[in-house]
Design a protein around this ligand. Structure first.
Ligand SMILES: [Mg+2]
Length: 446
C-alpha cells in the first residue's frame, strides 16, 4: 500500500509586534509612531521531516489582531489539502481564497481580508520553494512560462494584459535568463536606503546616516516629507549637502496631500533635484496621480505600497499616472497577484522598485525583483529595491546587503521564517517583552 500523501494539518497564527515606535524608526508624515508588526502564520504538515510554510501580513501595531483573525478565517481552505497538489499549483488555492463567496464580501480583493489571502498564498509559495530546494526567485525564474501564466487570475485584466501577451513576455524573458541569474549570484541587485530619512530623526542624525549610506555604496536614499514645508526644505538641504549632487534623492509623502498641495509642495522641493515623489496623495486616486504626474515632471511619481490589487495597478498604468511601480509582497494576494503586476509593468515599460519599509518586506520583495530581472524585464536600469536596516536579525534567512546591493538569496524558500526567539519575545501580548509591562520594558532593549 502506498503511504498516505502528506497534508496540511494546521495553520498556526501569531500576533508579532516589534516596539519600533521607541526609536521613531519608520516614522513618517502619516504614521508618526509605528510598531512594525507581522500577522504571521505557519503551515504545518504531516510530512515526515518535511518543511513548513511561513508567511505574514505586515501591519504597524494596533489592529494586528484583526489581521491575525482574518488569516485564521481562511484556514478551512487550507487544512486537509494535499501538500504536493498545493505546491504544484498554488494558483488553485489563490482562486479558492479570492473566490470564497462569503469572505469576498469583506473586500473584494482589498484590505485586511485580501492581505490575509496574500499571507496564506505566500506561505504556500515558501513551502513550494523549500520542497523544490530553491530560493523562490529561482523557482519562478526557472518555471515554465505556461505554468506561470496559469498562476495568474486574468479576470479584470484582459483589457490591458491578455494571457497570450503574458506568455509572450515570459517567453521573451527566458532569453538570457541563465546569464542574468549568474549575474545576480555574483553582483546582487541594486538597493536604496530609507533608513536616514525617517521623519522623527533630527538633522544631525539625518546627515550622519545619509553620509554613511553613500559610504556603504548606496546610490539612492529616501526622505520622508509632507508634515511641514519649512522642515522639508531644511531637511532636503541637509540631505543633499550630505550626499552631493550625484546620489538620487527620493521623497515620500505617505499620502499626506491633496492633489493641488502635492503639486505645489513637490515643486517647492524641486530645487533639490528629487528623483521621485512617492505616495503624494490618496493611493486610490488614480486621476489625482495622473494630474500630479503631468504637473511635477521631470520629478517621477511612484506609488504602489497601498495599491490593494492588480486592478489598481492596471488603472494607474493605463492612466499614465506613475513612473515607478512600487509593488508590495504582503499587500496584495501574494505571489500570484504580484506575477500579474510584474507583467503589467513590463507591458507598459514601467520599472518596478518594490516597497520594503516594514518588517520582513525586504526579505520577501528581493525574490520578486530578482525574478523580474532574471526572467521578465531583464534589466536593473532605474530599478532599485528599498532597504531599511532594522529587524532583520529576527529572521532565519535575513537579507544580506553588500556595497549597496541585495545579495541573491540561496536558501530554499521565500525567506519569510521568523526565529523562535522572536516569537517567544515579541508575541503580543503574552511574549516576554510585552508581558513585562511598561516598567519592565523600560530596562529592556527593543
Ligand atoms: Mg513609502
Amino acid at each position: 500500500m502506498s503511504p498516505t500523501p502528506a497534508r496540511i494539518t494546521a495553520v498556526d497564527t501569531y500576533d508579532i509586534r516589534f516596539p519600533t515606535s521607541r526609536g521613531l524608526d519608520g516614522s513618517d508624515a502619516m504614521n508618526p509612531d509605528p510598531d512594525y508588526s507581522a500577522a504571521y502564520l505557519v503551515l504545518r504538515t504531516d510530512a515526515e521531516d518535511g518543511p513548513e510554510g511561513h508567511g505574514f501580513a505586515f501591519t504597524i501595531g494596533r489592529g494586528n489582531e484583526v489581521q491575525v483573525a482574518a488569516i485564521h478565517a481562511l484556514r478551512h481552505h487550507v487544512v486537509g489539502r494535499s501538500v504536493e497538489e498545493l505546491c504544484a499549483d498554488p494558483g488553485t488555492l489563490y482562486r479558492d481564497l479570492t473566490g470564497d463567496s462569503q469572505l469576498r464580501w469583506l473586500g473584494p480583493e482589498k484590505g485586511v481580508s485580501h492581505m490575509a489571502i496574500g499571507a496564506v498564498v505566500n506561505a504556500v509559495w515558501d513551502l513550494a520553494a523549500k520542497r523544490a530546494g530553491k530560493p523562490l526567485w529561482r523557482l519562478l525564474a526557472e518555471a515554465e512560462p505556461e505554468w506561470l501564466v496559469h498562476q495568474i487570475d486574468f479576470r479584470y485584466l484582459t483589457d490591458a494584459l491578455t494571457p497570450e501577451e503574458a506568455l509572450t513576455l515570459l517567453r521573451r524573458g527566458r532569453d538570457g535568463a541563465g546569464r542574468r541569474t549568474a549575474r545576480l549570484l555574483e553582483a546582487g541587485y541594486p538597493a536604496y536606503t530609507t533608513s536616514p530619512g525617517w521623519l522623527g530623526y533630527d538633522d544631525d542624525k539625518l546627515a550622519r546616516l545619509a553620509r554613511q549610506a553613500v559610504a556603504d555604496g548606496f546610490r539612492q536614499i529616501k526622505l520622508k516629507v509632507g508634515a511641514d514645508l519649512a522642515d522639508d526644505v531644511r531637511r532636503c538641504r541637509v540631505a543633499r549637502a550630505a550626499v552631493g549632487p550625484d546620489i538620487r534623492l527620493a521623497l515620500d509623502a505617505n499620502q499626506r496631500w491633496n492633489v493641488g498641495e502635492a503639486i505645489s509642495w513637490t515643486k517647492a522641493l524641486a530645487g533639490f533635484d528629487p528623483y521621485w515623489i512617492e505616495e503624494p496623495t490618496s493611493p486610490d486616486d488614480i486621476l489625482g496621480h495622473a494630474a500630479i504626474h503631468r504637473a511635477v515632471a521631470p520629478v517621477k511619481v511612484a506609488t504602489g505600497e497601498h495599491a490593494h490589487n492588480r486592478v489598481m495597478f492596471k488603472q494607474l498604468l493605463q492612466a499614465g499616472a506613475l513612473d515607478i511601480v512600487q509593488l508590495d509582497a504582503a499587500r496584495v494576494g501574494g505571489v500570484n497577484e504580484n506575477l500579474a503586476i510584474l507583467l503589467l509593468a513590463a507591458k507598459y515599460g514601467v520599472p518596478v522598485c518594490p516597497h520594503a519599509g516594514g518588517v520582513g518586506l525586504c526579505e520577501l520583495v528581493q525574490h520578486l525583483a530578482m525574478f523580474d530581472y532574471a526572467a521578465v524585464s531583464g534589466s536593473t536600469e532605474d530599478r532599485v529595491i528599498e532597504y531599511v536596516d532594522h529587524l532583520h536579525e529576527h529572521f532565519t534567512d535575513p537579507v544580506v546587503i553588500r556595497a549597496g546591493h541585495y545579495t541573491a538569496p540561496t536558501a530554499p524558500g521565500f525567506s519569510a521564517a521568523l526565529r523562535p526567539e522572536a516569537l517567544a519575545r515579541y508575541t503580543f501580548p503574552g511574549g516576554t517583552y510585552w508581558s513585562a509591562g511598561p516598567d519592565g520594558r523600560k530596562g529592556q532593549s527593543a
